[in-house]
Design a protein around this ligand. Structure first.
Ligand code: NAD
Ligand code: GLY
Length: 362
């Protein structure tokens, strides 16, 4: 069992990581959450049958459709209809039980219903366990773009059971791994702790030889703990992304563009971020920031984790650049890039020449 706190003064909250935690869900919540209202679980139609025995502990369970395409206003309306029909009150609490889509939607429902009530995150995908359940970004997509409607709303508690990863397919594991590797490359900027995450991930891969994913299963608790510790540290220092929090987007400006020009279906988010991190390393190398030895070992680790599919090559450079320019992080039409400057240190830049960005694309 591992426990940490996201330090945000009166909004601080604990994160508990424990294999098998869901077996005793009611008492875990009781000992870590002070409220005494009713619980309203929001999950989806794929997750509900898999975790029926856990979810049947709760009287109110709302099931939404499964998929990013349902992360929209209509689903938000569906959720709020159900909550209001059940006469939800200010003292009640929402539980988000699922991946990032459920977490973001349930979080936004908690931020807005009755002008805001408590919510608890129980993330069930690797990506949501290492990233989206922590930090309070909530919301949904608009036809003009991803995550354009939303609010910052911190949960009261995050409960992570790595056992849920046993029912996840390898594609979803890959998505989470992209974010996990990201933490290795931003460690020194993200935290004062010395996790040596890059070396740990490398050793894990070296020991695993050909069966990396089986080996990872023995280490989820520690990997998730290190990842969320870094996220918690960054969020504690910059909750609303005024500056530092942007480092969590390392690899994402390139990655989002890759997802966009390939219709969001071809590559997992993790593959896109992994390719994006390589492109960021290319840019850094051209700008003279990352030395060649670090570059080689970093790109080597990304490839060793099997996150780069062979056909991420020869991207249409003009399309990529256009997509990068329409990213929501663009301001005054300059592309902002988080780039590695030294081993495990990154910085946000808004002055990279377009030609150089183009040359960095795979
Ligand atoms: P997801 O929520 O769509 O889940 C992926 C798939 O796995 C779904 O089909 C889901 O039903 C299924 N699933 C979930 N848990 C399962 C389990 N234990 N066993 C079997 N299947 C399971 O995708 P995701 O990758 O978890 O999250 C992506 C979303 O997260 C995106 O919408 C993204 O914008 C958002 N996100 C938010 C933040 C944030 O800070 N709020 C950060 C990163 C990503
Ligand atoms: N996933 C990026 C953030 O939470 O800021």
């Amino acid at each position: 069992m591992k426990k940490l706190t996201v330090e945000l003064n009166e909004k601080s909250y604990p994160i508990i990581i424990n294999y098998g935690l869901l077996d005793d869900i009611k008492s875990t919540i009781e000992s870590n959450y002070k409220g005494n209202g009713r619980f309203f679980v929001i999950t989806n139609k794929t997750i509900y049958p898999l975790y029926k025995s856990v979810l049947d502990n709760f009287e109110h369970v709302i099931q939404i459709e499964d998929g990013e395409e349902f992360k929209n206003f209509k689903t938000f309306e569906f959720i709020t209809d159900k909550l209001l029909e059940a006469k939800i009150e200010r003292g009640d609490c929402i539980i988000a039980f699922g991946g990032g889509v459920v977490g973001d939607m349930a979080g936004y429902a908690a931020a807005s219903i009755l002008r805001g009530i408590d919510y608890i995150q129980i993330p069930t995908t690797l990506l949501s366990q290492v990233d989206s359940s922590v930090g309070g970004k909530t919301g949904f997509n608009h036809k003009m773009g991803k995550n354009l409607i939303g609010a910052f709303k911190q949960p009261k508690l995050v409960l992570i059971d790595p056992k849920t990863l046993d029912t996840l397919d390898n594609r979803q594991i890959k998505t989470g791994l992209g974010e996990i590797l990201k933490y290795a490359f931003i460690e020194k900027t993200a935290t004062d702790n010395n996790f040596g995450f890059f070396d740990k991930l490398k050793t894990l891969k070296d020991n695993a030889k050909n069966d990396l994913y089986s080996e990872l299963k023995n280490h989820w608790e520690e990997i998730i703990y290190i990842s969320v510790s870094m996220k918690a540290d960054v969020v504690s220092k910059d909750e609303q992304e005024k500056g530092l929090r942007a480092i969590l987007n390392f690899g994402h400006t390139f990655g989002h563009a890759l997802e966009k020009i390939t219709g969001y279906k071809k590559y997992t988010h993790g593959e896109a971020v992994a390719a994006g991190m390589i492109m960021a390393f290319n840019t850094a190398l051209s700008r003279g920031f990352a030395d060649r030895e670090y570059y080689k070992s970093a790109v080597g680790l990304i490839k060793d984790y099997n996150l780069i599919s062979e056909d991420i090559r020869n991207l249409n450079k003009n399309n990529m650049l256009e997509a990068m320019k329409s990213d929501k992080k663009v301001s005054h039409s300059t592309i902002k890039l988080v780039l590695p400057v030294k081993p495990f240190e990154v910085r946000l830049f808004d002055d990279t020449e377009e030609l150089l960005i183009k040359d960095s694309l795979l």
